[in-house]
Design a protein around this ligand. Sequence first.
Ligand SMILES: O=C(CO)[C@H](O)[C@H](O)COP(=O)(O)O
Length: 241
Amino acid sequence: MTDIQNLKREAAAEALKFVEPGMVLGLGTGSTASAFIELLAERLKTEDLDLTCVATSEQTKRFAEERGIKIADFNTIADVDLTIDGADEIDPQLNLLKGGGGALLREKIVAFASDRVIIIADASKYVEQLGEFPLPVEIVDFGVAATLAMIEAAAEDAGCQGSIALRRTASGDTFRTDGGHLIADCAFGSIPDPETLADLLDIVPGVVEHGLFIGIADDVFLAAPDGVRHYSAATDDEDED
Ligand SMILES: O=C(CO)[C@H](O)[C@H](O)COP(=O)(O)O
């Protein structure tokens, strides 16, 4: 296992401590969320936790089911006790930039339905200002040129500039989310006011969802070579685990 994979696993192990019997548990998407799912699957071999698990993507559903974790139909579940997910960037206010894997819409629905959201990552994801990672914005096909122009205008109003490109797969095809939508990756370099940008993107008609998760994370576990740091939105404190 590489160093970075080890760090992801250490952050995931901290989050695993919060999983309690009988919970409805949201499973995030990405390599760090996958590290958590692997640890959860190991724990479930020796403990009957009677969990109801929901997945934030088809990829996560497959990954979990391959490891023996049953995934419930989220269309029949209104409340989630706890969701564990990764992030592409995390700022000091615990605002997140997510959607590198293209799962931002389902991730945000599950996160909003959750009583508690724990974000796990290696420490390289912690940034002073969001935006170096291109911001994913999920959009519909209809009027795509107009929607891209409106996103650009909204971004300018929020003090952001940069190139916006529709995401493609490695083989050059148009990338499609689980919901069948497109992703516009917005390479702004920096997002000086994430809240304002989020508010402006929320009202662009062709935008389904964007990857700014403002005020959603309750806890963040960041794994560094010298230990796992815990940030809590409740106390705004950092402690070393
Ligand atoms: O938002 C996400 C997927 O849409 C992921 O949480 C994010 O991309 C982080 O992934 P990784 O843990 O592989 O770095």
